[in-house]
Each structure stands twice: as C-alpha cells, then as structure tokens.
Design a protein around this ligand. Structure first.
Ligand code: HEC
Ligand code: HEC
Ligand code: HEC
Ligand code: HEC
Ligand code: HEC
Length: 214
C-alpha cells in the first residue's frame, strides 16, 4: 500500500507532546520567577502610623515576641497586638509623648491603629505559623533580625522557591523549642546531632502542590 504520510510523521505526536511539556514548564517558570511580586519586594519597609520600634521593645527591653504576637504558637496567624497591649505600659511610660498620640487616640476612640501589613503570601497559598513553630523553626529564619529593626523590613522573598528551599532541607533551621523567639541563638555540636534526628520526623509538603495550594 502506498504511504500517504512519510515515515518521519510518526514522530509528530511525540514532538508535539514534548513541546507541550516544555511550553507548560516554561510558563510556570516565568510566572513563578518574574510575575511573583514578592521577589521584587525584599526590602519593603512601609512607614507605620506609629513609630513603634522592635529595636527598643524586643531588642533593648528584651520583650518576648509572644507578649504581643499571641497567636503565633496556636494559630495560622501571629496577630498584631491590640492597643490595650501598648497601654499596659504606655498609660504610665511616656504618657505625654507626641509619638504615642495616635496610640492614645486609638485607645480613647476604640478604633484600631491602622498598621500596614508587611508580610503577606497570596490567598491561594496556605501558610500556618503554629505548624512551623511546633516544628521548632525560629522567627529569625523567616523574618530576620526583627529585634534590630527600628521599622519592620521584609527580609525574605516569601516566594514559592523560598518555601521549598527550606522544605527540602529544614535541618539547618531547627532549634530547641524554647529558643524559637531567641534571635541570637546559635547551634553547638551537640545540637547538630539532635537536629539531624529531628529532621527525619518532619513532613513538610515538598512535592505535593495541594499541601500549600488547598
Ligand atoms: C510590644 C509589642 C511587640 C513585641 C514584643 C514584638 N512585636 Fe512584632 N509587631 C508589633 C507591632 C505593633 C507590629 C505592627 C507594626 C510594625 O510592623 O512595626 C509588629 C509587626 C511585626 C512583624 C511584621 C508584621 C507584618 O505586617 O508583616 C513581624 C514579622 C514581627 N512583628 C515579628 C516580631 C518578632 C520576631 C518579635 C520578637 C523578636 C516581635 N515581633 C516582638 C508589636 C510587637
Ligand atoms: C512592657 C512595656 C511596654 C509595652 C507593652 C510597650 N512599650 Fe513602647 N516603650 C516602652 C519603653 C520602656 C519605652 C522607652 C521609653 C524611653 O525611651 O525611655 C517605649 C518607647 C516607645 C515609643 C517611643 C516613645 C518616645 O517618645 O520616644 C513608642 C512610639 C512606643 N513605645 C510604642 C509602643 C506601641 C505602639 C506599643 C504596643 C504595640 C508599645 N509601645 C508597647 C515600654 C513598652
Ligand atoms: C517558616 C517561616 C516563618 C516563621 C518561622 C515565622 N513566620 Fe511570621 N510570617 C511568615 C509568613 C510567610 C508570613 C505571611 C503569612 C501570610 O500572609 O499569611 C508571616 C507573617 C507574620 C506576621 C504578620 C501576619 C500575621 O500572621 O499576623 C507576624 C506578626 C509574624 N509573622 C510574626 C512572627 C513571629 C513572632 C514568629 C516567631 C514566633 C514568626 N512570625 C515565625 C513566615 C514565618
Ligand atoms: C525555614 C524553614 C521553612 C520555611 C521557610 C517554610 N517552611 Fe513550611 N514547613 C517547614 C517544616 C519543617 C514543616 C514540617 C512541620 C511538621 O512536620 O510538623 C513545614 C510544614 C508546612 C506545611 C504543613 C503544615 C500543615 O499545617 O499542614 C505547610 C502548609 C507549609 N509548611 C507551608 C509553607 C509555606 C507556604 C511557606 C512559604 C511561604 C513555608 N512553608 C516556608 C519549614 C519551613
Ligand atoms: C511549600 C508550599 C508550596 C508548595 C508545596 C507549592 N507551592 Fe506554589 N506557591 C507557593 C507560594 C507561597 C506561592 C506564592 C508566592 C509566589 O508567587 O512565588 C506559590 C505560587 C504558585 C503559582 C503562582 C505563581 C505566580 O507568580 O503567580 C503557581 C502557578 C504555583 N505556585 C504552582 C505550584 C505547583 C504546580 C506546585 C506543585 C508542583 C506547587 N505550586 C507547590 C507555595 C507552594
């Protein structure tokens, strides 16, 4: 029988499939790296409505993060403290400071201080603080030296690539559970062995898309 199609056409479906895979991968890659706003926003540091300083409160005064970010161990969100938390001290400390005028106004009017959000993953990605704190990851791994910041600055890209980098190898980020808010803690030799064993018990979503895109 005469051949209508030359022999090479047998390869067409294979080539088409291969191109499709390449193009799809390419598109995902382009979106992931170039259209992801957070890769561009490292260093984002908005001016807040009150010149609240982590350097004074968490650094100099040595206050624990959980005094103000009360949700961090129990829920998905860490939470920004209500004005009442500030007034626990500032009804007595610097009660006439001009810098604290918006705090006093907020307390009187019962309207929350309009803090500007710095860290935010898109709604289609799921993040939960409590799971990470329970796994003994310190705040410093994801937020940098907050205790040295006068104004909070975005230190990490919060991109999918960033999440996956740690999920593939969380071991160097593990620390004793009672040191999760300690910004200066460094591992010693004994700890490294413990961390190795502990890393084996963890199951962060790495390959499974639905782990983070629920
Ligand atoms: C006295 C209360 C207080 C303490 C203690 C405190 N914070 Fe905060 N934190 C705030 C307030 C108020 C804001 C919102 C204003 C701002 O961003 O500066 C905030 C904002 C943040 C943000 C940015 C939130 C966002 O919008 O993305 C991070 C991250 C953070 N704190 C981490 C920490 C860490 C880590 C510690 C401990 C080393 C800590 N905080 C201790 C009150 C506190
Ligand atoms: C545990 C007590 C305590 C809490 C709680 C606290 N502060 Fe302070 N704050 C201080 C102290 C102490 C100072 C330093 C005062 C000084 O410079 O002598 C200070 C300084 C400040 C200043 C600088 C004031 C000035 O005139 O220089 C601001 C602004 C401020 N705090 C905002 C806040 C806000 C906003 C909150 C709530 C999120 C808060 N503080 C919670 C103790 C506290
Ligand atoms: C594994 C990384 C990681 C660790 C560890 C971590 N955070 Fe976060 N944090 C994030 C990400 C990602 C966001 C943005 C979350 C979102 O948009 O839902 C965030 C947001 C925040 C916010 C603002 C939004 C909110 O949830 O209220 C605060 C405040 C905060 N973190 C404080 C802390 C403190 C305090 C600790 C340590 C006790 C901590 N974080 C540990 C990654 C982390
Ligand atoms: C510094 C390391 C680190 C970073 C960065 C990190 N993770 Fe994780 N994550 C872990 C570890 C470790 C676990 C495993 C916890 C366990 O097994 O108990 C985990 C678990 C999770 C889980 C499963 C917990 C649950 O509640 O089901 C989700 C979802 C998750 N991470 C999302 C994210 C996202 C989204 C980001 C980026 C915005 C991120 N993680 C960044 C270390 C990290
Ligand atoms: C560890 C958590 C995690 C896992 C697992 C994960 N993602 Fe993501 N993904 C994120 C986060 C966080 C973002 C938002 C940040 C960004 O755009 O980089 C995101 C963004 C995306 C985007 C949108 C990119 C953009 O810039 O708009 C796509 C598409 C995507 N993910 C696909 C996938 C696919 C496919 C898989 C499975 C192979 C997967 N993700 C697994 C956390 C995760």
């Amino acid at each position: 029988m005469a051949q209508i199609f030359p022999k090479w056409t047998n390869k067409v479906p294979k080539i088409a499939l291969l191109s499709l895979v390449c193009v799809t991968t390419g598109i995902v890659f382009v979106f992931w790296y170039w259209f992801s706003p957070y890769n561009l926003e490292v260093g984002y540091q908005p001016i807040q409505p009150v010149p609240y300083s982590h350097k004074i409160h968490a650094g100099n005064l040595g206050m624990d993060c959980r005094y103000c970010h009360t949700g961090v161990e129990k829920s998905a969100v860490a939470g920004v403290p209500p004005t009442q938390t500030c007034m626990n001290c500032h009804s007595l400390i610097k009660p006439n400071s001009v810098k604290l005028a918006p705090v006093r106004d907020s307390f009187k009017t019962d309207l929350p201080i309009p803090w500007i959000r710095v860290h935010k993953v898109p709604d289609y990605a799921y993040f939960d603080h409590s799971a990470h704190i329970a796994a003994s990851i310190g705040c410093v791994s994801c937020h940098g030296r907050i205790d040295q910041m006068t104004e909070v600055r975005l230190e990490k890209p919060l991109s999918m690539g960033w999440c996956l980098d740690c999920h593939r190898n969380p071991e160097p980020h593990l620390r004793p559970l009672d040191k999760v808010t300690d910004m200066e803690w460094v591992p010693d030799e004994n700890w490294k062995a413990v961390a190795k064993a502990k890393a084996k018990t963890l199951h962060p979503p790495v390959e499974s898309c639905s782990g983070c895109h629920r």
